[in-house]
Design a protein around this ligand. Structure first.
Ligand code: EPU
Length: 428
C-alpha cells in the first residue's frame, strides 16, 4: 500500500498541462467495440481506469497496444467473448458501457454489476429502460447484467426520468446500431457526451443533437475503425484551478477548453479569485482572502458535482459561511469527516453542507473515501499547517494522471511513500 505525504503551506506557481478527459475516455474505449476494425485514440490519460478498460477489451478478444504514452491502438476485429467479469468490473462504474457497446455489436452481453465511487445508491434503471425500449431483454442474475436482443435492435423514443450521464451514453452506444430513428429526451449534456457522439460519428454513426437534451440517432449497419483525440479533462483542470486558488498561487492551466470551465470559473471569481482565459489555457491567481460563497451542483452546464469536494475544501478557509448543496448524488459528503480531522468546521444535513470558514487547517492522517474526495484532501493538505498523510490513494489514481509529478512541478512538497502493513495485535 502507498500513501501521499504532503507538507502544507506552499503557494502553487507555474504551469500544468491537463490530460485527456477520464469520463470521455471511459466511454470511448468501450465504443471501439462497435467497429470491426482498428481505432487509434489519442490524448489517453495515464490513469488506472483506462488500464482496466483496456484489459476488459483484451479479454473480449481485442488487440490493444500503446503507440506512445498517450496514444492507444485498439483492434476490435476479433471480439469473441461479450463478457465482463466481476474481477474487472468491480473497479469502475464505466465498465457498464461495455454493455451498450456489446449489445450494439453482438446483440448480447453479460457484464458484472459495476463498481466505482460510492455516493449512496447508484441505480441503473434508466439504462435498462433504454435497452428494453430498443428491443433488448435484460435480466440480473448472480451479480451479472445479462442482455439479449430478441430480434433486431429497433429505434425508439426514450424519455429519461432523470438526467443521467451513464444512461445517455449506454443507450447511445446501443442505439447507433438499431434500425431506424432513436430519440433520447432529457439526455445529459456533459462535454464527454458530445465527445462520445463525435467519436461515434467519426466511426460512421449518425448522432445529432449531443450537448442538448434531445439526441437523435439514425441507426447504421456498419461502423468502422477511426482515429480520434480525446478532449481535455474538465475536472482535472478544475482541480488544479482550485488548488492554485486555495494556496494563494498563480498557475497557468494548459490544454483546457475554457467554455467547459465556465461554471467553475464563475464560482472562483465569486470566491475572490482572479481568472484569465486564453484560447486553450486559463491562468488562476489569488492575492486577497477567500470569500465565502454558495454552490449548488447540477447536471451540465451547472456546477459539476465532481468539483464539489475540491471547492468545499477551499471554502474551509473562506471568510464567513458558505453553503454547498449537492444536487446530483444522495451521499457525497463522506469526505467531510476527513476534513474535520484537519480542523474544518462543516455541518452536513442531508444534501446541504454549511461550511464555517476557520483560520487554519492542520495536517493530519486522513483517508481518500473516493476519487474527488481524495483530490479535495490533497487541496486541504496543501492549505494546512504541517504534514498530511493521505491513505487509499488508489482512488485518486483512478482519475488523476501523474498527480504527484504535476503537483510537484507546481512547487507542492508531496511524495508517495510505502505504508507498512499494519500488524493487528491478536485478541487478548
Ligand atoms: N440515476 C438514476 N437511474 C439511473 C442512472 C442514474 O436514478 O439509471 C441517478 C443517480 O442516482 C444520480 C443521477 O441520476 O442521482 C445522476 O447519475 P449519472 O447516471 O449521471 O451518473 P453516472 O453516469 O453514474 C457520471 C460520472 C460521475 C459523475 C456523474 C454526474 C462517469 C464514469 N462517471 O456518473 O463521475 O459524478 O456522471 O456528473 O462518467 C467522477 O468522475 O468522480 C464521477 C463520479
Amino acid at each position: 500500500m502507498e500513501k501521499f505525504v504532503i507538507q502544507g503551506g506552499a503557494r502553487l506557481t507555474g504551469e500544468v498541462t491537463i490530460g485527456g478527459a477520464k469520463n470521455a475516455v471511459v466511454a470511448i474505449i468501450p465504443a471501439t467495440i462497435l467497429a470491426k476494425g482498428r481505432c487509434v485514440i489519442g490524448n489517453i490519460p495515464n490513469i488506472s481506469d483506462v488500464n482496466i478498460l483496456l484489459k476488459m477489451l483484451s479479454e473480449m478478444g481485442a488487440s490493444v497496444s500503446f503507440l506512445d504514452k498517450t496514444t492507444v491502438e485498439i483492434d476490435t476485429t476479433h471480439i469473441v467473448n461479450p463478457i465482463v467479469s466481476y474481477d474487472l468490473a468491480r473497479y469502475l462504474r464505466a465498465s457498464y458501457y461495455c454493455l451498450g457497446a456489446l449489445i450494439g455489436r453482438c446483440g448480447k452481453a453479460s457484464v458484472s454489476m459495476p463498481g466505482g465511487c460510492h455516493f449512496g445508491v447508484r441505480p441503473i434503471d434508466q439504462h435498462i429502460k433504454g435497452f428494453e425500449a430498443l428491443g433488448t431483454t435484460v435480466g440480473i442474475d448472480h451479480g451479472m447484467i445479462n442482455a439479449k436482443v430478441e430480434h433486431h435492435l429497433m429505434g425508439s423514443h426514450i424519455y429519461f426520468d432523470v438526467v443521467s450521464v451513464g444512461a445517455t451514453i449506454n443507450v447511445m452506444l446501443a442505439a447507433v446500431r438499431a434500425k431506424g430513428l432513436t430519440v433520447l429526451e432529457n439526455a445529459a449534456k456533459e462535454p464527454h457526451i458530445v465527445d462520445l457522439a463525435n467519436f461515434l460519428n467519426t466511426m460512421g454513426a449518425d448522432v445529432r443533437g449531443a450537448g442538448t437534451d434531445v439526441i437523435k440517432i439514425h441507426g447504421v449497419d456498419i461502423m468502422r475503425g477511426a482515429d480520434y483525440t480525446i478532449i481535455p479533462d474538465q475536472i482535472e483542470a478544475g482541480t488544479y484551478m482550485i488548488a492554485a486558488a486555495a494556496t494563494g498561487g498563480d498557475v497557468l492551466v494548459k490544454n483546457v477548453i475554457p467554455k467547459h470551465m465556465e461554471s467553475i470559473t464563475n464560482k472562483l471569481v465569486q470566491a475572490g479569485v482572479e481568472v484569465e482565459e486564453f484560447d486553450e489555457s486559463i491562468r488562476v491567481r489569488r492575492d486577497g482572502p477567500i470569500c465565502a460563497t454558495t454552490i449548488k451542483t447540477m447536471p451540465h452546464p451547472g456546477f459539476p458535482t465532481d468539483m464539489q469536494p475540491q471547492f468545499t475544501a477551499m471554502l474551509t478557509l473562506a471568510g464567513g459561511t458558505s453553503v454547498v448543496t449537492e444536487g446530483v448524488w444522495d451521499n457525497r459528503f463522506r469526505y467531510v469527516d476527513e476534513l474535520a480531522r484537519m480542523g474544518a468546521n462543516i455541518q452536513v444535513d442531508g444534501k446541504v453542507a454549511v461550511v464555517q470558514g476557520v483560520e487554519t487547517l492542520t495536517g493530519a492522517p486522513v483517508k481518500a473515501t473516493d476519487l474527488r474526495a481524495g483530490a479535495a484532501l490533497m487541496i486541504a493538505a496543501l492549505m494546512a499547517k504541517g504534514t498530511t498523510e493521505i491513505e487509499d490513494i488508489y482512488h485518486i489514481e483512478r482519475g488523476y494522471e501523474d498527480v504527484v509529478e504535476k503537483f510537484r512541478s507546481l512547487g507542492a512538497p508531496i511524495k508517495r511513500v510505502e505504508t507498512p502493513d499494519l500488524e493487528i495485535p491478536a485478541a487478548l
